[in-house]
Design a protein around this ligand. Structure first.
Ligand code: HEC
Ligand code: HEC
Length: 230
């Protein structure tokens, strides 16, 4: 009797540990933490990029060509019919980002400098390092499409035609020095919108892992020559 129930218990324990292991095996973040190299780093970067916190603001394009942000874990179209027609357009005046005036109802009419303190309120974030850089969405070529593979994402980001809306290009596979400076040291490390994904405010799941680990992963990947998963 005693022995039988012991067998039962250890069978359950085994089943639980197998389950826990297979859940972990799919978690690219844990794999990167245990074994940091260019490949595990990019798998983790991909896991982050396809999370709703990143995908929502990078937006979706519908059949009519409307380009709009999505909200929440279900990634539904932004309420109130918000599209790029409402977007904040920024330009740089020295080191300060300024908004092109003239958009009647823009992102910054609702999205403040920090998260609303209740569920359902508009999120927001700013940092001292990028003064004036407020909540807005990127251009259409920067959509992170559903189902994009790690390899496709890697190639997209390394292509300068896709990775900046400013005239100053962010580098790419032919210019990894600029890419490292602009993409890693600037965008991933200092951009308040990227950083926000790990402090998204009440009622929203944060992006996988930690912002610091994401910064580290991007560094490991670029320092190894930014290889794309095959
Ligand atoms: C009229 C007010 C208003 C305007 C204008 C507005 N938003 Fe929002 N936005 C909200 C509110 C409220 C929420 C929170 C909705 C929720 O969490 O259910 C929100 C949520 C979001 C989210 C969801 C974040 C997440 O991961 O769940 C994104 C992305 C977003 N807005 C982008 C934008 C962008 C980009 C613009 C400008 C093009 C914009 N919004 C304009 C009110 C607004
Ligand atoms: C609130 C909106 C917002 C959120 C949230 C956001 N981004 Fe962005 N992202 C932008 C904007 C705007 C740009 C364009 C900036 C530019 O052109 O310099 C951009 C550009 C980028 C680029 C440049 C290359 C490209 O083709 O997309 C990358 C990479 C990127 N974001 C990654 C991320 C990741 C990863 C996350 C989540 C951790 C994230 N973003 C969350 C607004 C957002």
């Amino acid at each position: 009797m005693n022995t039988l129930s012991n067998v039962g218990i250890s069978a359950i324990a085994l089943a639980i540990s197998t389950l826990a292991f297979s859940a972990m095996a799919k978690d690219s973040y844990q794999i990167f933490i245990k074994q940091p190299n260019a490949n595990t780093a990019f798998q983790y970067i991909h896991q982050v990029a396809i999370h709703p916190r990143c995908q929502n603001c990078h937006g979706q394009v519908d059949e009519d060509g409307r380009f709009y942000p999505t909200v929440g874990e279900q990634q539904l179209p932004h309420p109130m019919n918000i599209t790029t027609a409402n977007n904040v357009v920024l330009f740089k005046d020295g080191e300060i980002f300024k908004q092109v005036p003239g958009v009647a109802l823009s992102c910054s009419s609702c999205h403040q400098h920090k998260n609303g303190n209740k569920r359902g309120m508009p999120p927001g974030n700013i940092t001292a390092e990028m003064p004036g850089f407020v909540w807005h969405m990127p251009q259409k070529n920067m959509v992170i499409p559903d189902g994009i593979t790690a390899q496709q994402l890697c190639e997209k980001w390394l292509d300068p035609a896709h990775n900046s809306s400013h005239l100053v290009q962010r580098g790419g596979k032919d210019d990894l020095v600029t890419f490292k400076r602009e993409f890693h040291e600037h965008h991933v490390t200092l951009d308040p919108l990227v950083a926000w994904s790990w402090s998204p405010g009440p009622g929203r799941e944060k992006a996988p892992g930690q912002h610091q680990d994401f910064i580290r992963a991007v560094g490991v990947w670029i320092d190894a020559g930014a290889p794309c998963p095959q």
